[in-house]
Design a protein around this ligand. Structure first.
Ligand code: FMN
Length: 194
């Protein structure tokens, strides 16, 4: 099995990346290879809204999305983490979602990437309550729905502005992320029985 891990933050070594890396560490223990992308380090243009992908099933633009999609195609597990920006996913992650339109089930001429895929969503925020994280996790799961990725888990971290906050106050969530990675095959097998 293979996992594609998307960090929606501009920070390659921030709190969101740290949680995603703990899941990767757990998955490695059970032999799952991961490919990790920090969207802030990728060159991904905005969707042009030209809708050519509605007719041809591919995007007219050539940028770092091509490599990510190649890895998407061969992955069984899709992990998406984002910090809360203004109560929502980051702009980088939203652009990534938009650029997946050629492959979404809303596109009649999509390239059908038939493989069954399983998804995990992560939201990290500075504020106290879960409220905004719930909106964000729903937004990632909305993307999963149109990509026909079956959700198998999520992680919500609050009161985290920096990686130091995360390490100081959220050892439980860090451990949960590692365990989620380690138990991922079990979670997939449970989902298959649904
Ligand atoms: C532009 C911007 C907008 C933000 N908006 C919110 C917000 O609406 N609510 C919140 O709780 N935290 C907000 N934050 C804080 C981040 O969610 C928080 O610092 C997060 O831990 C950063 O994750 P990272 O280390 O992975 O980049 C915002 C941060 C930035 C830079």
């Amino acid at each position: 099995m293979k996992a594609l891990c998307i960090i929606g933050s501009p920070n390659n070594n921030g709190s969101t990346a740290y949680i995603v890396d703990k899941i990767i560490e757990g998955m490695k223990e059970c032999g799952i290879d991961s490919r990790r992308y920090c969207l802030g380090k990728q060159k991904i243009n905005y969707c042009l809204g030209c809708k050519k992908c509605y007719k041809e099933g591919i995007c007219v633009q050539k940028d770092d999305m091509d490599e990510i999609i190649e890895n998407y195609k061969s992955s069984d597990i899709i992990i998406i983490g984002t910090p809360d920006y203004w109560g929502d996913v980051t702009g980088q992650l939203k652009v990534f979602f938009d650029r997946c339109t050629p492959y979404a089930n809303t596109n009649n001429n999509r390239i059908n990437m038939k493989k069954k895929r399983y998804g995990i969503s992560i939201s990290v925020r500075e504020g106290k309550t879960e409220r905004e994280n719930i909106v964000i996790l729903n937004s990632i799961e909305h993307y999963f729905g149109h990509m026909e990725i079956l959700p198998i888990g999520s992680i919500s971290v609050t009161q985290t502005s920096t990686i130091d906050d995360l390490k100081k106050n959220h050892q439980k969530e860090i451990q949960d992320a590692y365990e989620l990675g380690k138990n991922i095959i079990k979670l997939i097998n449970e989902k298959k029985k649904d």
